[in-house]
Design a protein around this ligand. Structure first.
Ligand SMILES: Nc1ncnc2c1ncn2[C@@H]1O[C@H](COP(=O)(O)OP(=O)(O)OP(=O)(O)O)[C@@H](O)[C@H]1O
Length: 258
């Protein structure tokens, strides 16, 4: 049950001499929907980029299923990356390609499946995200929420073990963002992936997160780790309770719309 999937160990992150966060230590368990929280500019996206191997740590390591990412060979890193699905804040779809073309891309690049099989997988993945039949549409022809779901279909094309999201609901209205949250939970359950996301959206944090870490900009390290509901009620850090207590407003908004 508490099988560690991702272990962050003594991670210190800096841009040159500018320290962002130091000595981060936490585990993400298999099947978690794990949220990276914290105030603006504390280093949430920077942490995600370190987890994705896009930035080298100043010190420390990130282990995937017990294997060091930092010390891995280039080939081993590539093999680890293949098990990840990533969706970026902007969606990151290629605008000159159809939705179907976008979802097919990782399958064409990384598998030797025949074109017919790829078409079947694309149709299936689009159906999973509620976009059955949208293969021939271009990203500009569908709504923002649909683009996010198409990006998600692309991210799950290769049946990833880990799904990474940077602010998945950024720019969406509350209803679309709730639908996206529900979809993330459904996908997590159906493909059994571990989900790691950066978000400051309290409805998402309380609605779907199973565990979280709070990065503090002031002290430049993590000051809370655990179930966000527990942290809201019991964190010994006032700043964490305050951050999470914004929930009361969101709760009454949610109550009002449901
Ligand atoms: N490439 C870079 N070079 C130098 N400093 C950077 C770079 N990218 C980000 N920073 C700085 O690092 C700090 C952390 O940035 P980051 O984007 O990780 O924060 P964040 O918590 O994701 O912020 P937000 O919630 O506002 O998106 C910020 O002070 C930012 O200005």
């Amino acid at each position: 049950m508490m099988d560690t999937h991702i272990a962050v160990r003594g991670l210190t992150m800096a841009y040159g001499s500018l320290l962002i966060q130091r000595d981060l230590n936490f585990d993400i368990h298999r099947g978690d929907i794990f949220v990276i929280m914290g105030g603006s500019g504390c280093g949430k996206s920077t942490l995600l980029k370190h987890m994705l191997g896009l930035l080298p740590p100043a010190s420390g390591d990130i282990l995937y299923s017990g294997d060091s990412f930092v010390n891995a060979t280039a080939d081993h890193r590539e093999a680890m990356r293949r098990r990840w699905g990533i969706t970026y804040q902007s969606g990151g779809l290629f605008s000159a390609m159809t939705v179907g073309g976008n979802v097919a891309l990782p399958l064409q690049l990384y598998t030797d499946f025949a074109a017919d099989d790829i078409a079947d997988i694309v149709a299936y993945k689009l159906a999973l995200v509620g976009l059955a039949g949208y293969q021939e549409y271009y990203p500009s022809e569908i709504s923002g929420g649909m683009r996010k779901r198409a990006a998600l279909a692309r991210a799950i094309a290769l049946d990833p073990e880990i799904l990474f999201f940077d602010e998945p609901s950024a720019g969406l209205d509350p209803i679309s963002s709730r639908l996206l949250d529900e979809l993330i939970v459904q996908l997590q359950e159906s493909i059994g992936a571990t989900v790691v996301m950066v978000t400051h959206e309290l409805p998402s944090i309380f609605g779907i997160a199973t565990n979280s870490v709070y990065l503090d900009a002031q002290s430049k390290t993590m000051i809370a780790y655990g179930d966000p509901r527990e942290l809201r009620d019991h964190s010994d850090q006032p700043v964490v309770r305050q951050f999470l207590a914004r929930e009361s407003a969101s709760d009454s908004e949610q109550a009002a719309v449901s």
